[in-house]
Design a protein around this ligand. Structure first.
Ligand code: TYM
Length: 339
């Protein structure tokens, strides 16, 4: 069992990242330990340069994201925690895979279409080839389990397609170069939506800070954001079917269920028939109770530069070692001469 996943150190991590991905990093890190496998979690800083960025901010955000992940329970003694930029094999394998990835495959990526919008010509090459780097990130380590939110599923399918084509074209069936990775998507929190618009995902890059709950928000801010969250005038239904055409209400109930470790049905069993006047304060209380230990640990770690650098240096050294055999196999398979 080899768990591999990444998160971009851009913006502040939010409840969507936490429930959609980070909770599963922690769960799978522990499962991998029991199974005698490995877990690697990295900051996707190389991905972050695909969009206009401020270098000083990227540097600071990378260290903050390490502190956040550790505060959420990613344990550097159990997990290889590192940033891509310190493990040169990611960029190297991306180039090798670029011979296999097809333009048509990348053109179909919804994230590319969304981010590029109408101005495709003006985008960086990196934004277009971004999913090839993402494929390299997981294939480099022979990942079996990749915990991600729903929005990354398509990129993982592409990684499987690239692995499959590379294996077909350059390896034998008995000795494939790459393992096909499985995305691990939490059924209850695959897609946490914006608090302002139930049809858009909660995102680090959305303009309005009121649209997301940041993992660093204080209790008053959390309560205010939930109070102001868009809803409708109806009371909550007592069955999930009643939420079908009510995306904002569904989102709040989904968040409650995910934080409580329960299900939408169970939450409606308790709150069905009640209005948002009573549900929102309960959700705010649960959110604050769930996030405040994280904020406390984050605050204690954030300024401990020495520890954060040490975690990344150690993780990168471990990752570089783990990356060597697969990268060498890929060079060999392609017929590239290396003395
Ligand atoms: P990123 O940084 O946008 O998000 C990190 C993780 O959080 C999940 N996520 C969500 N889940 C549920 N609801 C939401 N609203 C929500 N928003 C984000 C994402 O699905 C992701 O799992 N390209 C990736 C980073 C990456 C990566 C990889 C992931 C680079 N290489 C290799 C896995 C494997 C990204 O930008 O995630």
């Amino acid at each position: 069992m080899r768990v591999v996943s990444g998160i971009q150190p851009t913006g502040t991590p939010h409840l969507g990242n936490y429930l959609g991905a980070i909770v599963n990093y922690v769960r799978l890190q522990d499962e991998a330990e029991v199974a005698g496998g490995d877990c690697l979690i990295f900051l996707a800083d190389l991905h972050a340069i695909s969009m206009p960025h401020d270098p000083a901010r990227l540097h600071a955000a990378t260290l903050e994201m390490v502190a956040t992940l550790v505060a959420c329970g990613v344990d550097p003694r159990k997990t290889v925690l590192f940033n891509q930029a310190q493990v040169h094999q990611h960029a190297e394998l991306q180039w090798l895979l670029s011979g296999t990835a097809r333009m048509g495959w990348l053109n179909r990526m919804t994230q590319w279409k969304d981010k590029a919008g109408k101005n495709r010509e003006g985008q960086s090459v990196a934004l277009f080839s971004y999913p090839v780097l993402q494929a390299a990130d997981v294939l480099l380590y022979q990942a079996t389990h990749v915990p991600v939110g729903e929005d990354q599923k398509q990129h993982l399918e592409l990684a499987r397609d690239i692995a499959q084509k590379f294996n077909n074209d350059f390896a034998s069936e008995e000795a494939p170069v790459f393992t096909l990775p499985e995305p691990i998507i939490p059924p209850g929190a695959a897609r946490i939506m914006s608090l302002r618009d139930g049809s858009a995902k909660m995102s680090k890059s959305a303009d309005s800070d009121m649209s997301r709950i940041n993992l660093s928000d204080d209790p008053d801010t959390i309560a205010r954001k939930i109070k102001k969250a868009k809803t409708d005038a109806e009371p909550l239904p007592s069955e999930a079917k009643g939420l079908e055409a009510r995306p904002e209400a569904l989102n709040l109930v989904t968040i409650y269920a995910a934080l409580a470790g329960s299900s939408v049905e169970a939450v409606l069993g308790e709150y069905g028939g009640q209005g948002f006047g009573s549900f929102k304060p309960a959700l705010a209380e649960l959110t604050v109770a769930s996030l405040s230990p994280i904020v406390e640990r984050f605050t204690a770690l954030r300024d401990d530069r020495e520890s954060l650098d040490a975690i990344l240096a150690r993780g990168a050294a471990q990752a570089r070692e783990l990356a060597i055999p697969t990268l060498a196999a890929a060079y060999r398979a392609l017929g590239l001469v290396r003395a």
